[in-house]
Design a protein around this ligand. Sequence first.
Ligand SMILES: [Cu+2]
Length: 375
Amino acid sequence: MTGTMRPQLQPPLTPFVDPLPLPRRILAGQGGGELTVRIRAAAHRFHRDLPESRVWAYEGLVPGPTVEAERGQPVRVCWRNEIDQPYPVVVTLAPAETDGDGVPVQCLPGLSGGTPDPDAAALTGYTVVHLHGAVTAAPSDGWTENVFAPGQHAVSDYPMDQRAALLWYHDHVMGVTRLTVYAGLAGLWIIRDQRERELGLPEGPPFEVPLLVQDRNFGQAAGGRLTGELVHKTDPGTMEAFAPFTVVNGKVWPVHEVPPATYRLRVLNGSNARTFRLVLLRDGRPELDRITQIGTDSGLLPAPVAVPADGLVLAPPSGPTCSWTSATSSRAASSPWPTPQAPRSTATHSPPPVPPRPPIQASSCPTPTSCASVP
Ligand SMILES: [Cu+2]
């Protein structure tokens, strides 16, 4: 058993030290429903104590900007493929399913004796974008073979003729979607409508909080130090990666301090395979009476329902919405590691919320005649 395959009983990264990032917003209506999203190679820091990781990401951001659209107002997106760097993730198959102590090697940092997959390293940045959950005509639906190369772009028309919901957009290339989404190609998309607005739910920051939950793994140097290089590791018995670090809005185990209020959490599990069970805790104990599920993948539920006593199960990819009345600070995601001490309550003297960043102005798209043809 090598050092890298020893079970890690303490998290190798300190939880709850990075502030929860709120994804940048694009209000589609501000640009007349036309916008351009660049698909780029970039650097991203997943945790305070990690070096920067190389990623492929929409606008170079992990997660990509959240597009906010209105029912009945079509959106045209010009997806520009500007990827100019090699595939940023080390893909590997570890030689064993478990280490000498019975711990799945997938749940350990580093390569666990696996060698880098040369086929993954050779990915050239072909892309296609699928808006998951949208009612979309075939030419704009991001089918897996409708790829376009670096230097090309594709235009997609989204009618937005469906009820309010939380969707997400992600890469969808045939056979390698798990790898390209893992590299960072994912972002949220919110549809709003009048019916939902009549309910008076929180809309936008600070009381509507999008949470894109994913699991990620990182390389490990000889001394055990994490390198920041993204690692996608499977083992001989499992086709999918179950990575050990829970990443929310691009940060490992972030923390979000909030003043007492009612919050709307828009949660989406964008992992390849991992299922999460979300529980609202105070001092390590569930607080079921202060959180209610009001929505699911395709929009609002007919009526609010209580969150189950053992938590809200979130299979990938799925996106329930919860309304949460807060009297203290929140933790954005659970971790596979022992839970550290709960923070002290900040119920009545919380700092004011960080002012939200201004939304990105939607920019116009090239005329369709100048665009790559999408079969
Ligand atoms: Cu999808």
